[in-house]
Ligand binder design. Structure first.
Ligand code: IPE
Length: 268
């Protein structure tokens, strides 16, 4: 059983304050991951994390997107910001007993007009087979058309899903699923329990951007990416859950698709 788990940037950082990691939350999540990983010997796990107020702020400030040639200073700055958060997350995971091995996508990623075309994956199978937990993250990437671009964790998951075929993808954010409006701002917002390629058009209108600075399109673009993925791989299920509620990530890793939140699936 292979599962991809993303710790969203809005969960592990304060997305409204530059380079502010939520250290207590990262540590609690690391413990939940360790418990689930040890409790289920059949569970192979690949982790990813967003960039939150690290990469998104750096990208906005250096006007990273919208160029047609590589700006080396901006590329280095945004890549360094993404790597700083990755250092923090990796260290906490390892301290808490999760054998996380960081594989920064920018080391090998090549994109064409924003689409990820190549990523080195050779070591992932070996790490998974040996019981290690490969760790990827949202990162900068070279781009044949734009010079440089940003790949989200979801983009990386989509690329990897072709090769290593996860049974489930869990996206843990600060909200327990996809809502009809932003539940942080609108008390009338209701949870959408399930999204399929057939119902996606209806929910597009309802989904807004995310709070804070987000250069990769917020919740809507992440859900769209996942809907396209389950349409191509109907055996795959994607859960969107809250990582702010203690125990939910552990439960999602051990209990399966009934862990609440929103289920995105290809089969109706
Ligand atoms: C964004 O990655 C990467 C950078 C801005 C460098 P994600 O799209 O995966 O991050 P979050 O979850 O939105 O913060």
């Amino acid at each position: 059983m292979l599962v991809f788990l993303k710790l969203g940037g809005s969960l592990i950082t304060d997305k409204t304050r530059e380079e502010t990691p939520r250290l207590g939350i990262i540590r609690r999540l690391a413990r939940e991951i360790r418990i689930a990983h040890r409790a289920r010997p059949d569970l192979r796990l690949l982790l990813g994390h967003g960039s939150g107020s690290f990469g998104h702020f750096a990208a906005k400030r250096s006007r990273f997107l919208g160029r047609t040639t590589l700006d080396p200073a901006a590329y280095a700055r945004v890549g360094a910001a993404a790597a700083r958060l990755n250092r923090i997350v990796t260290d906490i995971l390892v301290e808490e007993g999760v054998p996380a091995v960081s594989l920064p996508p920018s080391a090998s990623a090549r994109c064409s007009d924003g689409r990820l075309q190549h990523l080195a994956t050779a070591s992932i199978d070996t790490l998974l087979a040996g019981g290690a937990v490969p760790l990827v993250h949202g990162d900068v990437a070279l781009d044949d058309v734009r010079g440089a671009t940003i790949v989200s964790t979801e983009d990386v998951f989509v690329y990897l899903a072709k090769d290593v075929r996860p049974a489930r993808i869990i996206l843990a954010g600060e909200v327990d699923g996809v809502y009809t409006a932003d539940p942080m701002q609108n008390p009338e917002a209701t949870l959408i329990g399930e999204i399929t390629p057939a119902t996606f058009a209806e929910v597009v209108e309802l989904l807004g951007g995310s709070a804070g600075v987000d250069v990769t399109g917020g919740m809507l673009s992440k859900v769209r990416t996942m809907v396209d993925l389950v349409a191509a791989h109907p055996e795959l299920e994607v859960c969107v859950i809250s990582g702010l509620e203690a125990g939910r990530v552990e439960e999602a890793l051990t209990a399966g698709p009934d862990a609440g939140g929103t289920l995105i699936r290809g089969l109706c």
